[in-house]
Design a protein around this ligand. Sequence first.
Ligand code: DX5
Ligand code: ZN
Length: 219
Amino acid sequence: MIKIAPSFLSADFRALEQQVRSVEDAGAEYIHLDIMDGHFVPNLTFGPLVVEAIRKTTDLVLDVHLMIAEPGKYIGDFADAGADILTVHMEVEEDVSTLLTRIREANVKAGATLRPSTPVKALFPLLPALDLALIMSVEPGFGGQAFMPESLDRVRALKAEIARRGLDVEIEIDGGIGVDNAREVVATGAQVLVSGSAIFRNGAIAENVRAIRRAAMGG
Ligand code: DX5
Ligand code: ZN
């Protein structure tokens, strides 16, 4: 089953609860929350306080994407805030394998991801420690960027490796996803589609979620 993960980076923060309701009504499975620290990526967003506020509004899976230089410092805070999935970047200085163990010890699902320039093979040794593997299809940091088509080969390679080893790791894709490419990314092997600007751009949130799912299913 395909899952849709609206990225609240593009949400209107004046009306968070209302927008959570819209994505719930539209049947979205995850809420994708982008944490940026101004170091690992140039942009700055929000921290555990906002995750906790959203947690209080919904039972949807909170899928927290950590674009921060020292994720190890904050695993406990995000777990306490109610994150269901914590995804760390392979490019951080900390030992990612240790981070993943700590995330699971906090009873949170563990995810890992890569910048588009990091070889996808870097993820392979960690697959048994992962619940989710995220392929970034834009350079992390900002919403509204164009989908990088070379990401499709990365999804393919990841999917083949997961299948070859008989593992159960969900494949997520993030960046530049909308009705125009949803079908293609799903056909390639992505199971969770993150989408920010295509969902929140014109305020027709629920409609946009449904349209992306329809497109993903080939309708
Ligand atoms: C980018 C973030 C994405 C972003 C996607 O660094 O990880 O989650 O919100 O936004 P769109 O769908 O607009 O590319
Ligand atoms: Zn993201």
